[in-house]
Design a protein around this ligand. Sequence first.
Ligand SMILES: C[S@@+](CC[C@H](N)C(=O)[O-])C[C@H]1O[C@@H](n2cnc3c(N)ncnc32)[C@H](O)[C@@H]1O
Length: 396
Amino acid sequence: MRQAKISGNIISRLHRNEYVSLSTIESICRVFQCRVDDVLDFKFPRAPVVTQSPESLPRTADIWNRRYLGNKFKLLKFLRGIVDENCSGVETVADIFSGTGAVASAFTDKTVITNDLLYSNYLCNLAWFGSEKVRLPLLENLIAEHNRADDLPANYMTDNFADTYFSKRDCTKIGFVREDVEEKYRLGVINERERAIIVASLIYAMDKIANTCGHYDAWRHGATFERRLILPVLNVPAENNRQNCCFNEDSNELVRRIEADLIYIDPPYNSRQYSDTYHLLENVARWQKPPVHGVARKMNRAGLKSLYCTSKATDAFEDLIQHCDAKYILFSYNNMANKGNARSNARIADEDLFRILNAKGDVEVFAKKYKPFTTGKSDIRGNEERLFLCKVRRRN
Ligand SMILES: C[S@@+](CC[C@H](N)C(=O)[O-])C[C@H]1O[C@@H](n2cnc3c(N)ncnc32)[C@H](O)[C@@H]1O
């Protein structure tokens, strides 16, 4: 007290955890030669704990807690190792077919750019990597509120999806949460990234209990829907690198406008359109409440089809590579050329891959045996995930 020249009154305030001035904190730090956070700490009020059932206790989720076709969670160490050992001066990484954002998550020590054609993936990527600052305690409270909400009125989800992929009750909950998030965003209660985080939490919750084998081409008839929908609190950072950018467009368009030290390219390999497989997540993310058709209850997906799943894949890939402005291009493509059935065969032939990449730079191939996440019974033997590293000769 004597050395810092502060009164007994201020000491009492400190004891009671009440506010004191910054100059008081400065004086204390000078006396003890310590830093501000040695003297003070913020304790945020936590979301009230729900006690009714163990199921309703707050859950958390990390980026890899998602089932997604072609995700690279298991390859991250291998992939990062290749970059660290073979590439220099990489400060910016663009993951332009980002899906779950798994690969971007291995480069959070750099500036990351993400992009995906699906809006549902864009929102998840914005949640994990967006540059906007978010209020985690507020998000925890909102998610706890959503988990507690019960006895809700029927809505778009109830009317169109009750007792298909989810129980009637959970469909109603999904519709309620989605509507509420939109309303809170419209009123300015939450910012854009906070909105993305709650929608992403909803996507993770749906993925966990969906009455499917991982995709939304069909639902299992006669299911009993034992597990209830619980939104997890996503372990997102409150703040990310301020230079990060997330996009939601065709990569062939985007690549004409961006530059990065490393561009990672992980397009679909076969004829299975992601917009067909994940139509329901996309529908909930977009929340335009379109009419849905057929047993699988799909919305119109025009505009969401990828050329990489069609016979135009080779031309699209050539155009993409020609327009990449990067020091390094890292490209994932498996070795399924003609090994599986017509749907799982790779759309771009090996000779075309090499021709196109060799025209851009010097190419080295790294391969790893890999059991991918598939959605059905497809028995894919000898599957190898291959990474093509292209050291670009001359940047655009
Ligand atoms: C193989 S997955 C990527 C998986 C991702 N690396 C991960 O670890 O989750 C391919 C992704 O490309 C997206 N996609 C397909 N065509 C696209 C295009 N023309 N532009 C941007 N994204 C596209 C799909 O929506 C899908 O999420």
